[in-house]
Design a protein around this ligand. Structure first.
Ligand SMILES: [Zn+2]
Length: 509
C-alpha cells in the first residue's frame, strides 16, 4: 500500500463511522419518545374528539369550520405555540351541507335504502314520490324515446357494471413478501393486492359516448332526482359534483350502493314498475375560502430557528361519515407526535410545525395554498422567503394502519437518513424503504416545487373497502397502530429538526 492509499484508507476509516454517527438518531430521545407515546398516549382521547364529536368535515362546510376550531383548541391545550386558523385560498365550490336524506323503494314492495347525496347537488321539492325511469339508451335514437317523460321523475341510467363475490379478507396487513417486493422493485407502485378493495366492476366503454347526451336531457327535461350506483356491500360512497358557487343548483343526486341500484334496474328491465320516495334537503352558502390549522414548537437555535420541519394531514372529510381513517387518523397522529415532543420539553434547533389541511378531497387545496403562500408559486416558479428555510414534510393519509416503512419519492439522498431513523423501530415492523413514489395526497404539493415531502408505507387494514363511505367511523381506527405511528413521526420530526443542515433535496437537473 503506498502512502497515498494509506492516507485515504485512514481517512475513510475515520470519516465513515463519523458519517454514520451523524445519522444515528439520539437513542435516548427515541427511548423517551417511546415511553411518552406508548405509556401516556393521547391518541384515544383525540380519536374521540375528531370523529364522534366533530362529525363529518366536508371542505368549507360548517363541520369543517367546527373541526378547525376544535383543532385549534386541542393544540392550545397540548401546549402548541403560534396556533392559528389561517385563510389558505379561495374555494370556488362554496359551502354545502346536507340537512336531510331519505330514500326508499315503495313498489313493488317497501324497502328503505342506505344512501348518500352527492355533495354540491341540490334538494328535492319536499318528498318526491315517483315511478323510477330507467334510461337505457345506446344511441341518440334510443334516447329520443325518453323525451317528455322525465319531468319530476326519479331517474337512473342503465349500467352494465357487475359485482362479483369477494373472497378477500375484510382487513389485511402487508406480508413480509409484499414488503420485500416493494423494497426491491424500482418500478411504479404495484397495484394493491385485491384484499379489501371494492368488488370487481366492468364498465361498458360505449357508455361514455352517450352519457353526456343523457345528462343534457335529464337537466333539460327537469328530472327530480338522479340515482347513481356508487358503493358496494350495501354501503353508498360519498363524492361531490364539480360545482361553482353561484351557478344554478344542480338536480338532486343520490348515491345508492350497487346492490340497491341493480335490484331496481333488474326489475325495470323485466318491465316491473318501480316506485320510490326521496327527500333531500341541502344547504348551499357562501363560504368560498379554505382554511388550514397550524401550530408548532418554535426552533431554539439562533441560526436555524426559522427553518421548518413540517408534519401534516388533511382534516377535511367527505360528508357521509366522520372520516376516521380518512383522515382523522393522520391528523391525530401528527398532533400526538408534537404533543409527545412538547411533553418531553425538547428544544429543537428548527421549528417543528403541524399543519392540518382542508380541501384535500377536492384537489389538495389547503396544502397547495400553503406551498404557494410560503414556499413557491408552482406556476411562476417564484420563490417565497420560506423556500430556502424549508427542511422536510411528512404526511399521513393512507388510513389507520401502522407504518411499515417509507416511500423515498425517488429521493435517493434520503435513504441513509431513513435507514438510520427507522432502525430503532425495526421490531415494530417499520423498516421497509422503497424508492417508489406514492401519490394521491398532500406531500405532492411539496414535491411539485422540488421540496422533500414523504408519505409512510402503511398497513391497509380495511381502508380500500371503507374510505369515502359511511363506514369510515371510529371503529375503523386501530389505536395501537396510531400510537406507533405517532412515536415514529415524533422521532422523525426530532431527527430532522436536529440535523446540521436542511434535509437533502433532489438536485436540480
Ligand atoms: Zn385522505
Amino acid at each position: 500500500m503506498n502512502r497515498k492509499k494509506l492516507f485515504f484508507s485512514v481517512l475513510v476509516a475515520v470519516l465513515l463511522p463519523l458519517a454514520l454517527l451523524a445519522q444515528t438518531p439520539d437513542l435516548e430521545m427515541v427511548y423517551k419518545i417511546k415511553q411518552k407515546g406508548f405509556n401516556n398516549s393521547k391518541i384515544e382521547d383525540l380519536a374521540f374528539w375528531f370523529t364522534d364529536y366533530s362529525g363529518p368535515r366536508l371542505s368549507a362546510s360548517k363541520g369543517d369550520k367546527r373541526a378547525q376550531e376544535l383543532a385549534k383548541q386541542k393544540m392550545e391545550e397540548m401546549g402548541f405555540q403560534n396556533v392559528k386558523i389561517e385563510e389558505a385560498t379561495d374555494f370556488p365550490r362554496g359551502g354545502w351541507d346536507n340537512l336531510k336524506t331519505y330514500a326508499a323503494m315503495t313498489a313493488p314492495y317497501y324497502t328503505n335504502f342506505a344512501c348518500n347525496p352527492v355533495a354540491w347537488t341540490g334538494s328535492t321539492n319536499g318528498l318526491v314520490k315517483s315511478e323510477v325511469v330507467l334510461i337505457d339508451a345506446q344511441t341518440e335514437e334510443d334516447l329520443a324515446k325518453y323525451a317528455g317523460k322525465l319531468r319530476g321523475k326519479i331517474v337512473m341510467v342503465a349500467t352494465t357494471t357487475t359485482l362479483t363475490l369477494s373472497y378477500d379478507p375484510l382487513a389485511s396487513r402487508y406480508t413480509d413478501q409484499e414488503l420485500e417486493e416493494l423494497a426491491k422493485d424500482p418500478g411504479p407502485p404495484a397495484p394493491r393486492p385485491a384484499g379489501n378493495m371494492p368488488p370487481n366492476m366492468a364498465q361498458n366503454p360505449n357508455q361514455n359516448q352517450i352519457r353526456g347526451k343523457i345528462n343534457e336531457m335529464i337537466i333539460k327535461e327537469g328530472a327530480a332526482v338522479i340515482l347513481n350506483n356508487s358503493g358496494s356491500y350495501n354501503i353508498p360512497r360519498s363524492n361531490g359534483a364539480n360545482y361553482t358557487h353561484g351557478d344554478p343548483e344542480p338536480i338532486a343526486q343520490l348515491n345508492l350502493p350497487f346492490e340497491d341500484f341493480d335490484r331496481m334496474q333488474r326489475l325495470l328491465k323485466k318491465d316491473i314498475p318501480v316506485e320510490m320516495e326521496v327527500e333531500i334537503k341541502n344547504n348551499f352558502y357562501d363560504s368560498p375560502k379554505i382554511y388550514n390549522v397550524v401550530g408548532e414548537i418554535p426552533g431554539t437555535d439562533k441560526k436555524l430557528k426559522d427553518e421548518v420541519v413540517l408534519l401534516g394531514a388533511h382534516l377535511d372529510s367527505w360528508h357521509g361519515s366522520t372520516g376516521a381513517a380518512d383522515n382523522t387518523s393522520g391528523c391525530i397522529v401528527m398532533m400526538e407526535a408534537l404533543r409527545i415532543l412538547i411533553d418531553l420539553g425538547v428544544q429543537p434547533k428548527r421549528t417543528i410545525r403541524v399543519a392540518l389541511w382542508s380541501g384535500e378531497e377536492q384537489g389538495l387545496h389547503g396544502s397547495r395554498a400553503y406551498v404557494k403562500n410560503y414556499l413557491m408559486d408552482r406556476e411562476t416558479k417564484e420563490k417565497k422567503p420560506g423556500y430556502d428555510k424549508f427542511s422536510v414534510y411528512f404526511n399521513m393519509d393512507n388510513g389507520s394502519g401502522r407504518y411499515r416503512g417509507i416511500y423515498l419519492q425517488q429521493n435517493e439522498m434520503a435513504r441513509p437518513l431513513f435507514e438510520a431513523w427507522l432502525a430503532p423501530f425495526a421490531d415494530l415492523g417499520a423498516s421497509t424503504i422503497t424508492i417508489r413514489n406514492t401519490s394521491g395526497t398532500d406531500h405532492l404539493s411539496f414535491n411539485d416545487v422540488g421540496l422533500p415531502g414523504f408519505q409512510f408505507i402503511q398497513d391497509r387494514l380495511e381502508y380500500g373497502r371503507t374510505y369515502h363511505t359511511p363506514m369510515d367511523t371510529w371503529e375503523r381506527l386501530d389505536l395501537r397502530d396510531l400510537k406507533i405511528n405517532a412515536v415514529i413521526t415524533a422521532s422523525f420530526a426530532y431527527n430532522a429538526a436536529m440535523m446540521d443542515g436542511l434535509f437533502p433535496r433532489k438536485p436540480e437537473m
